[in-house]
Design a protein around this ligand. Structure first.
Ligand SMILES: [Zn+2]
Length: 271
């Protein structure tokens, strides 16, 4: 599943190529994604792409009269291809024809992703309005997080993955930022002091920036023209490193489960 850095990289790719261009028309091969694609898709035809934004893991394409919101689900892939290479396979569900020579293509094997076409005010959209602050923005800071952690009797990793508190950190980056902060993922939130929260917030921002810089962690959700993507997994300390040695103390990394999600930690370094 793409997490915040991957969606940010995808957003930047789409924005750099498509901003200012016109959507000529669309080809819908599969209507039934997570939500059925309605017939009113025609409303986006012949509209200019004014901007492309990201909120949490949602990609927002702002047109002159309305807005498209895209969520990639588990296996959604966006790619930009030359219209002349118009072959497609059975998982290529949506094509937007852009400026008569490009295609923004949506491919999704498991079809858990979705597209919403006709959003007037995306900030009031039901999916977006309940999201907490962006972790890379200033309103996500140590005092903000401490106000939550001191009241919560749940494991810190569970809290970090609550999109209502902070949006889009996700499993990989929760694991990595807790390791860098020497905090155990199973620590109960209200046992963390303000100094620990300061270090944690700093590391969350650091690890997300580093991942964006390296093109994200996963290579499965987008295709860039130069294919220079998804290098950050090389830099993982703990994520998916079960039985590998901790780079700090050489103890074996262990895997446990928290709410059915894998958690990786060094029990010696993380307290
Ligand atoms: Zn260690």
């Amino acid at each position: 599943m793409p997490e915040l850095p991957e969606v940010e990289v995808i957003k930047n790719m789409i924005k750099s190529i498509l901003k200012g261009k016109i959507i000529n028309y669309s080809i819908i091969r599969t209507k039934k994604l997570k939500y059925v694609i309605p017939n009113n898709i025609i409303k986006i035809h012949n509209q200019k792409i004014l901007d492309v934004k990201r909120r949490g893991r949602y990609i927002i394409i702002i047109l002159l009269k309305n807005t498209i919101i895209i969520h990639l689900g588990m296996t959604g892939i966006l790619s930009i291809i030359n219209k002349n290479f118009h072959l497609y396979n059975k998982h290529d569900h949506i094509d937007l024809i852009i400026d008569n020579h490009l295609i923004l293509r949506y491919t999704d094997i498991r079809k858990f992703g979705f597209w919403l076409w006709d959003i007037k005010n995306y900030k009031k959209n039901i999916f977006l309005k309940k999201l907490g602050p962006e972790p890379l923005k200033n309103d996500f800071n140590s005092l903000y997080l401490y106000n939550y952690t001191k009241k919560k009797n749940i494991a810190i990793k569970i809290l970090l993955m609550d999109n209502k508190i902070v949006t889009g950190i996700g499993n990989i980056y929760a694991n990595e930022s807790l390791f860098l902060s020497k905090i155990s993922p199973i620590r109960i939130s209200n046992t963390l002091n303000l100094q620990e929260i300061k270090i944690l917030v700093k590391n969350i921002k650091y690890i997300l920036y580093q991942s964006i810089k390296h093109g994200g962690s996963t290579i499965n959700n987008y295709k860039l023209p130069n294919d220079n993507t998804g290098k950050f997994s090389k830099y993982f300390f703990v994520y998916a490193k079960k039985d590998k040695l901790c780079q700090i103390c050489k103890t074996k990394i262990i895997r446990i489960f928290q709410r059915n999600r894998s958690t990786f930690l060094c029990y010696k370094c993380q307290k």
